[in-house]
Design a protein around this ligand. Sequence first.
Ligand SMILES: [Zn+2]
Length: 312
Amino acid sequence: MTIRVPPRPLFALLAVLYASLAGASAAPTTGIPAIGSQTSLLVVSPHPDDETLCCAGVIRRVVAAGGRVSVVWLTSGDGSELDSLFVERALRVHPLKMRDLAHKRMREARAASLILGVPPRRQFFLGYPDGGLLTLLTDHFTVPYYSKFNGAVSVPYGDTFAAGHPYTGESLERDFARVLDRVHPTLVLAPSPLDAHPDHRAAGILTLQLLSRRHELAAVRFWIVHGGADWPTPRGLRMRLPLAEPPRGRGLGLAAFALSPLEEADKLEAIRQYHTQLSVMSSLLLSYVRTNELYGSLPVPPGAAPRTATPH
Ligand SMILES: [Zn+2]
């Protein structure tokens, strides 16, 4: 029997975006604030590898300053059909192979994080469904979601922070809040709600919701990994080139955070831990190693409708 529960209204999510936009417009800030030994950085990573692609430079800077860095991975990256084909050598998506892929990707994330200076006790894997986060925040806020990739309705990974927790939006919110309570971040780096990937948009909206409830939105800076068109251009390892503004970042006032050559080298070394991802899209991954990273405090451009918060 199926019990139908009305979908969680999208306007509740949009209202948060509008409210945060109003606050941001009143006191515009952008870029990364001063970093020191008191900094507690939390990087919100939808998938294993995002934390490095977006934010390795800031992570290294905080570690070097004696601050604390934590990373929360919302999914374990078990929803990639490309990976299924080329990494797991399976023509069809097979749940056990996708769970195996998730374990590989979490191992890679642990190795990359160690290179960046994030100790295991500050690595939080939640294990929610890759490709399903936006649906969790809407249609499946209270009714468990079934992942066609890993065949689960709850977190199937025993060694994660949320092992066994149901695939619902309210459970995801609760676990994210537990991480915030544990970390007490003074700086949160989260995906922009304008990112092209639905999981990234959901992660941005979730961050807005929770930090706005805590009256801590001023601590949030947004980044984009899926920036639209062919961004980043050119593709491939071009360490002397800057990262230009992504098409989807226009109007957000993204500010450049300059990386030292050593920080760039560390970022490259961390990316090299992602063997599964390098085997299917190395040129794309390497194109994030540039002389700068980009961050802004606006979730959407001033006066713009948050069209990308609509699931598809
Ligand atoms: Zn991602």
